[in-house]
Design a protein around this ligand. Structure first.
Ligand code: ARG
Length: 588
């Protein structure tokens, strides 16, 4: 079969997966077969770059020999200009091997594209992402890492894909715990301790009050009265409440700065407080809620998985609760913020709660796309929930400090000549990056064991390994006679002409083209770990390339082409890590 000219791909930045998938659709049509299967990256590079299982599926469906069907499809498949002639393997897989020229031309396009080939979503959504959401008067602890880091990564990815993202911190700043906090404030507060470490002092007075209340009914009653007074708007209790909230917010803000996390809004539970009576009245009126044993409840008799237990939205003592607040939160996000999509990044223990909230929203006629994005736990070396020696939750602040200190020690050993300010900067990026990446590189539903040694290792699927790959590429450019800045010199007027000679160059270039396939796929099931895996494979492809192919010592035109591959690798690594909330240093 004659090889035709390379197609003019114009400015279209379609991915290879899209092009091959489209051609497959056409071929199935042309050969009178129904649509089936998918084109995916090859599971084994020896058989090609992409594969389709269409013939296997159709073989089963139609009761025909899949290899014969594969041949029928290929007879109608018009892509010889992109690929070597496709082959049929095994029971009837169709394998595609892209021509080096095809990949080289695409790599040149990517070097000229700021978005690295990633197209914006065809239908941009307005997405509220509820993540982090710690509780006031309690320290942020290791358990907050997953929601905070995962929510932030999803927000970054969704924004990059062109969605309008509203990051909302649904802080727990209202509720029955304030009876204890206010009682403790009035009877047990040590002002000096509060100045030194506000959260520790708040936790202390809360705990001591709790102990007293357990053993002494008079304290229990006093605590209840403080709460009732707060809810009735008593000025003294209100100002104590306000002070504890402000102290906590300051503490949270410090953690967010270290983590480089930003919120668009922080609507805590208290924000919804005066909307709660209306919510309950409305639900009673519409018949969605009913009075049962003095409480106002919503039953889910038609939804077996929600069980017999109703959601209580007003207790028999007249008080509202977490559920009532979340119903008001739905109103606010849909009606005021005009969101069409809401992602709730909250741990698995709240699955039932959010199923109830979403079921109620549906009954109220809300059609928005609500997703509860859950995740597993972080465990200690003993495989139990991670705790300090004395059995407390590990404070996030201590954990982040330790991450930076440990990173600094490693960096000082590796590169003692760095200046002090460089060390500070790198330790921050490596330490915090390691904690975030270790979390995001796991499938979110599985529990994982927190391990400093593994997350800070310079080998394996870790942030330091990827940051180091980036740094190595940047040092190539520093060594190059002509300094080539990132995001610049290879663009525009003088694009590098990419030629892919060795198999290592071809695999690296193919990997680079797949960034645009991986990024959108992450939102299908909220899986940043797919991006992490991709970046790890990319770094490995880069190292194989770099071992096999001299860059600065090679002759033109290979030299420019290889520098182009280096440049694009650095960009994709940096952008990929940025989407995970991780910064890259220029040296380390
Ligand atoms: N503050 C809650 C907790 O720590 C999480 C809030 C999640 N968001 C929500 N809309 N309920 O469990």
């Amino acid at each position: 079969m004659a090889i035709r000219q390379l197609p003019d791909r114009g400015n279209s930045m379609e991915t290879f997966q899209e092009i091959l998938g489209q051609k497959m659709t056409e071929a199935l049509d042309a050969s009178g077969l129904p649509q089936a299967g998918a084109v995916t990256p090859a599971t084994d590079a020896r058989f090609g770059d992409y594969q389709s299982n269409a013939a296997l599926i159709l073989g089963k469906q139609l009761g025909e020999n899949p290899r014969a069907i594969a041949q029928r499809i290929l007879d109608a498949y018009d892509l010889w200009d992109l690929c070597d002639p496709p082959t049929i393997a095994g029971a009837g897989f169709i394998n595609f091997t892209l021509r080096s020229e095809t990949i080289a031309a695409h790599t040149g396009d990517l070097l000229r594209d700021e978005r690295l080939g990633v197209e914006k979503a065809a239908t941009p959504k307005r997405i509220v992402i509820d993540f982090g959401s710690p509780n006031v008067a309690k320290p942020m602890h290791v358990g907050h890492i997953r929601s905070t880091v995962l929510g932030d990564a999803l927000a970054r990815i969704a924004s990059f894909l062109g969605h309008e993202v509203i990051r909302d911190n649904h802080i727990g700043d209202w509720g029955t715990q304030f009876g204890m906090v206010i009682y403790g404030w009035k009877h047990l507060l040590d002002r000096a301790a509060l100045e030194r470490d506000p959260i520790a002092e708040l936790v202390r007075i809360y705990k001591e009050t709790n102990e007293k209340a357990t053993s002494d009914p008079k304290v229990r009653e006093a605590v209840r009265e403080e709460l009732v007074k707060l809810q009735a708007g008593d000025p003294e209790n209100f100002s104590i409440w306000k002070e504890t909230v402000d102290l906590s917010l300051k503490e949270f803000e410090r953690a967010y700065q270290v983590l480089d996390i930003h919120y668009d809004i922080q609507r805590g539970e208290s924000f919804y407080n005066d909307r709660l009576p209306t919510v309950v009245e409305r639900l009673l009126k519409s018949g969605i809620a009913e009075v049962s044993e003095g409480a106002v409840c919503v039953f889910f008799r038609d939804i077996p998985e929600l069980g017999e237990k109703p959601a209580i939205i007003r207790k028999s003592d007249g008080g509202f609760n977490y559920t009532t607040t979340d119903i008001a939160t739905v109103d606010y996000r849909i009606q005021d913020l005009k969101a069409d999509t809401v992602w709730l990044v909250v741990g698995a223990p709240q699955i039932l709660h959010f199923k109830q909230i979403i079921a109620i929203a549906r009954r109220e006629g809300y059609t928005a796309d609500f997703r509860h994005v859950t995740f597993g736990s972080i465990l200690g070396e003993d495989r139990k929930l991670m705790k300090t020696r004395s059995g407390e939750n590990v404070p996030l602040r201590d954990l982040l400090d330790e991450a930076v200190q440990r990173a600094r020690k490693i960096i000082e050993e590796k590169n003692p000549d760095l200046s002090e300010s460089e060390k500070v900067d790198i330790a921050q990026k490596v330490g915090i990056g390691a904690v975030k990446y270790y979390d995001l590189s796991q499938y979110r539903m599985t529990d994982y064991i927190f391990s400093w040694d593994r997350m800070l290792s310079f080998q394996g699927n870790t942030a330091p390994y990827l940051q180091n790959a980036y740094v190595r590429i940047r040092s190539i450019f520093r060594k190059a006679a002509v300094a080539v800045p990132l995001w610049g010199a290879l663009d525009g007027a003088n694009p590098a002409k990419i030629t892919l000679i060795t198999p290592e160059e071809k695999s690296l270039a193919l990997k680079l083209s797949q960034f645009a396939e991986v990024v959108p796929s992450m939102l299908n099931d909220f899986r940043p770990n797919l991006l992490a895996n991709y970046l790890y494979e990319l770094a490995n492809a880069f190292h194989s390339f770099y071992e096999a192919c001299p860059v600065l010592k090679s002759e033109e035109p290979a030299r420019s082409s290889r520098l182009g591959l280096c440049e694009l690798s650095a960009r994709v690594l940096a952008k990929g890590l940025d989407l995970l909330g991780i910064n890259v240093p220029e040296k380390m």
